[in-house]
Design a protein around this ligand. Structure first.
Ligand SMILES: NC(=O)c1ccc[n+]([C@@H]2O[C@H](COP(=O)([O-])OP(=O)(O)OC[C@H]3O[C@@H](n4cnc5c(N)ncnc54)[C@H](O)[C@@H]3O)[C@@H](O)[C@H]2O)c1
Length: 379
């Protein structure tokens, strides 16, 4: 049987965007999808220009997302776009994803899922009433060694988990935030576009999701201290958060966008009574396994000693570095399996549940700080 590709639409992610290229390449990696159309830019002419660059049929490139949905649903089911990636600035995720779900499209949505927890819960409710797939692209969960780490913890290889430390340090806002004009020009520091938090919403949420995934336990409560640096800056640019997990472990989530000179320094370390595991995003093909009595072991991708789910997440033999494109590619591959109703492992893509938990985390982190740094329970 020839492979019938899933028809993919894209909202946002134009030639001027950061994340668009990652999704386009990821979607092509496992030969599951065909990009058919979308809205790549609020300016229709720009959208069309980009569609021509991609070699798309211009009749499937619409002036806005409402027209996209209203026109696509008129098409025969064999022609209609089946799944849509939402890659716009945050405030558009909710209205776009809501209308897509209501009109029976599968959705792949960038994080943070929405700009408020209430919106996230509303989306969840609609999704619950539909037989549709909804993924939230916490990109880093697709790395083979993150999947390996998750399975090692779940299988008791480090014993009972008692400590988790996650950090996501970036420095790109440092040259922006100290300049009054510049700090009012980025959408990430504009609450109307970004939501109530910058640093926690943009990158703390990746670290939070990674903690819950790898520890195999939800975070029960958090206490946060945020820093906006300037009184006229409405959004946090640095966050230190204490966490307690349902499994009894304690830990920290430290995220910053003013860690001068840092790039995408996401790390997760997890310690149990029999050992520890450490992984870092900027060196993603290695996983470090620590113990009391033996020298540190370094596990690498694509070896038979890894769990199957780690090895099916690599495409080439060991020693050929794979990176963030491959990680996102693995997420798209998991989503394709779900759309085709094939068997998949729950770690193969983050679902809407994880997007909703992320929004609970963001809101409680801000509330904890604003209430004088108090413990807040997550739902
Ligand atoms: N998963 C990750 O690791 C990761 C990394 C970066 C960004 N993101 C998320 O991806 C989203 C986009 O971030 P970005 O950095 O690419 O933003 P960006 O500002 O670089 O790009 C946004 C894109 O959306 C388009 N756009 C804006 N309004 C639109 C509209 N009304 N209709 C159609 N297109 C529209 C813009 O033209 C642009 O192409 C954000 O939610 C962000 O949090 C996720």
């Amino acid at each position: 049987m020839p492979n019938k590709k899933i028809r993919l639409g894209i909202l946002g992610g134009g030639g001027d965007s950061l994340i668009g290229v990652l999704h386009r390449i990821a979607s092509s990696m496992h030969d599951n999808y065909e990009i058919v159309g979308g809205v790549f830019n609020p300016e229709h002419e720009e959208s069309l220009k980009f569609a021509r660059h991609l070699g798309l049929d211009e009749s499937r490139v619409y002036k806005d997302y409402e027209t996209f949905i209203n026109e696509e649903i008129k098409l025969d089911s064999e022609k209609r776009i089946e799944v849509v990636s939402v890659l716009t600035p945050n405030f558009l995720h909710f209205p776009m994803a809501k209308m897509l779900l209501e009109n029976n499209f599968h959705v792949i949505c960038e994080k943070p899922l929405t700009t408020t927890y209430a919106e996230a819960k509303e989306l969840f409710k609609i999704k619950e009433s539909k037989d549709l797939v909804f993924a939230v692209t916490y990109t880093y969960t697709g790395y083979p060694m993150v999947r390996q780490m998750t399975k090692m913890v779940a299988n008791g290889e480090i014993g009972k988990v008692h400590k988790v430390d996650a950090q996501y340090l970036q420095g790109w806002l440092n040259p922006v935030v100290h300049d009054k004009e510049k700090r009012s020009s980025t959408w990430r520091l504009n609450p109307k576009v970004s939501g109530i938090s910058c640093c926690v919403g943009d990158i703390g949420t990746h670290a939070f999701n990674m903690v819950e995934l790898v520890a195999g336990s939800n975070v029960k409560k958090i206490l946060s201290h945020l820093n906006n640096l300037y009184d006229d800056n409405p959004m946090d640019v640095d966050a230190n958060i204490l966490i307690q997990l349902e499994n009894g472990a304690n830990g920290t989530i430290r995220s910053s966008q003013i860690a001068t000179g840092e790039e995408n320094n996401l790390r997760i370390s997890i310690y149990g009574d029999k050992g520890g595991l450490k992984w870092e995003q900027e060196n993603p093909n290695y996983l470090y396994h620590l113990s009391d009595n033996e020298p540190m072991r370094v596990l690498k991708t694509a070896h038979p000693y890894n769990y199957d789910i780690s090895n099916i997440s690599t495409k080439i033999p060991p020693g050929h570095p794979e990176g963030i494109f491959d990680s996102m590619g693995n997420i798209y591959n998991g989503v394709a399996k779900a759309i085709k109703k094939q068997k998949f492992d729950s770690v193969e893509f983050p679902s809407i549940d994880e997007g909703v938990r992320g929004m609970d985390f963001i809101e409680k982190a801000v509330k904890s700080h604003q209430s004088g740094n108090i413990w807040m329970n997550l739902d």
